[in-house]
Design a protein around this ligand. Structure first.
Ligand code: C2O
Ligand code: CU
Length: 550
């Protein structure tokens, strides 16, 4: 075992030892028990093993997936919920101020790293791709949870492979609670229901295929196959399994985005929930690779929004529908006592214009971006007593965005989303592992206004589509949107569902739109990412670093 310079938290197993252990089927962890020792001050210690596995998701053969296998080594049993019958998860629950130690162990046949989406952590705890670990290695996270109560999540972030690893199943929720939230008495326990929404394509054998790659069957004992799963090597029966997705469609999808035609909630298809006639908190996360959701109740009942990416809003808001681009979260408060007992409500995604359009080259997925489809059914129990609880009028204190101290408030830094030579970029530049330009360098303790422009139609050769801009390491405020008249029609189909109030870490930028955000670099110096969270865009260049200088 050695600790290397690239990451002091990265523990590299001796490669000969690791290979021998893999060959013998000896769990690596036993050879390195010291690495798993809980630091005395950790409130929670979790082991997160990224493993190939298989799960029965649909009638017929089980689906090969990649998932996190977990163990709680220290802490309250409620800190970890690992539901059965899903590839997704676990749900990690912590309180603000707690110290969390999490050991990621990579048992995949390729490198990986975990990003804590929305958490304010030092840069070496953030899961930047420069810290990706090879098969058999361990990465030790150890941080104090500084965030407000809210719905955060985690997923892999290795360079160029995030889309694939998330698609095959790796993602989970990271829910933070705090005293402010407790004082509101919001629905909790079984009445605090996360809905993680994803889209996938299954082949005739119930297998997931991602562009030209599939999940190789796990060797006996659930151990990772050695070697890589390069183009077209699908394991099992071999051969291409993407049905109608030919070379051109695949190339388009690797750039424009992978869309599925089957909707899964919490890692299961055909989502159905029995709910009591009482208030619930629904935590919605769009964990699709590329698909944007326009969520509404089938009977047009208004939605009550209580939180966004960075926790609770100042006060509840009513919306007829809510837009949720990849990685965004919305917390709803829903009183199911409003509906008659036995009512089957459908949470659906409504049609909108301006989505990712691949001009018919969509492979097997017939469900276009911006199509309407059902997401989940919620049946209101017929027998339970009705429980009335009211929602407080004030939820949290949320100062209005104040740009008076911000640098560039009137002339924001401009980040134009570009496409050239069939590559995505930001201001014409693709991803560079360790570089940040002068524009991308900021000072610790300062605030800036940035403007993301999705209106460079010339460079995009007409391929204008929405993007979901995510900034690591902080939460920002959305302070302005402006849409060119050419795309007003598309924008009109989503505008009423945008929730720009509150703290955000991901924001939908529609075609023809410019979005201004206010950022404060409060906590940590170092190198952080900002990128589009449509994972195929991110993996093919719509990602850059910014550097916070002390
Ligand atoms: Cu959730 Cu850099 O991503
Ligand atoms: Cu994008």
């Amino acid at each position: 075992m050695s600790t290397d310079a690239a990451g002091r938290r990265r523990i590299v197993f001796g490669s000969a030892g690791a290979a021998a252990a893999a060959a013998l089927g000896v769990p690596l962890i036993d050879m390195h028990a010291a690495a798993a020792a809980t630091p005395p001050k950790a409130d929670v210690h979790i082991e997160l093993e990224a493993v190939p596995d298989q799960i029965a998701l649909r009638p017929g053969p089980p689906t090969r997936v990649w998932r996190y296998r977990v163990k709680l080594l220290r802490g309250d049993a409620r800190a970890l919920e690992a539901p059965a019958g899903t590839y997704l998860g676990p749900i990690i629950r912590v309180r603000r101020g707690q110290r969390a130690r999490i050991d990621l162990i990579n048992r995949l046949p390729e490198s990986t790293i975990v990003h804590w989406h929305g958490l304010h952590v030092p840069d070496d705890m953030d899961g930047h791709p420069r810290f990706a670990i090879a098969p058999g290695e361990r990465y030790v996270y150890d941080f104090t949870v500084a965030n407000r109560a809210g719905s955060y999540w985690f997923h892999p972030h290795p360079h160029g492979r995030t889309g694939k690893q998330v698609y095959f199943g790796l993602a989970g929720l990271f829910l933070v609670s705090d005293d402010e939230e407790d004082s509101l008495g919001l629905p909790s326990g079984a009445y605090d229901l996360p809905l993680v929404i994803q889209d996938r394509v299954f082949d005739a054998d119930n297998q997931l295929a991602y562009l030209s790659e599939g999940v190789a069957p796990a060797a006996a004992g659930g151990r990772a196959e050695r070697g890589t799963m390069g183009g077209g090597m699908m394991g099992g029966g071999g051969g291409m399994r993407m049905g109608g997705m030919g070379g051109m469609g695949r190339m388009m999808a690797s750039m424009m985005g992978v869309l599925g035609d089957e909707i899964l909630v919490n890692g299961r298809p055909g989502a159905h929930f029995d709910v009591a006639a009482r208030p619930y908190r629904l935590r919605l996360l769009n964990a699709c690779n590329t698909r944007t959701l326009k969520l509404a109740w089938n009977d047009d009942s208004p939605m009550t929004v209580i939180g966004t990416d960075g926790g609770l809003l100042a006060e509840p808001l009513q919306r007829s529908h809510v837009m949720l681009s990849p990685a965004e979260r919305i917390d709803l408060w829903v009183d199911f006592a409003r509906w008659r007992a036995g009512t089957a409500l459908t949470l659906q995604s409504l049609a909108f214009e301006g989505g990712v359009d691949m001009g018919g080259m969509m492979g097997r997925s017939g469900l276009r971006d911006g199509a309407s489809f059902p997401v989940a059914t919620l049946r209101v129990a017929g027998d339970a007593p009705r429980i009335r609880e009211t929602l407080p009028e004030r939820l949290s204190s949320l100062p209005p965005p104040d740009t008076s101290e911000a640098l560039h408030a009137d002339r924001p830094k401009v980040f134009t989303l570009t496409m050239g030579m069939m590559r995505w970029g930001i201001n014409g530049r693709g991803f560079d592992m360790t570089h940040a330009s002068e524009l991308e360098t900021v000072k610790l303790g300062t605030s800036e206004v940035w403007e993301f422009r999705n209106d460079d139609t010339a460079s995009m050769m007409g391929m204008v589509m929405p993007h979901a801009i995510h900034v690591h390491g902080l939460h920002f405020r959305v302070i302005a949107r402006e849409v060119s008249s050419r795309f007003r029609h598309e924008h009109d189909t989503v505008r009423a569902g945008l929730v720009d109030e509150g703290w955000k870490d991901t924001v939908l930028v529609m075609p023809g739109e410019r979005v201004r955000i206010l950022l404060h670099f409060a906590d940590h110096p170092g190198l952080f990412l900002y990128h589009c969270h449509m994972l195929e865009h991110e993996d093919s260049g719509l990602m850059r670093n910014y550097r916070v200088e002390a």
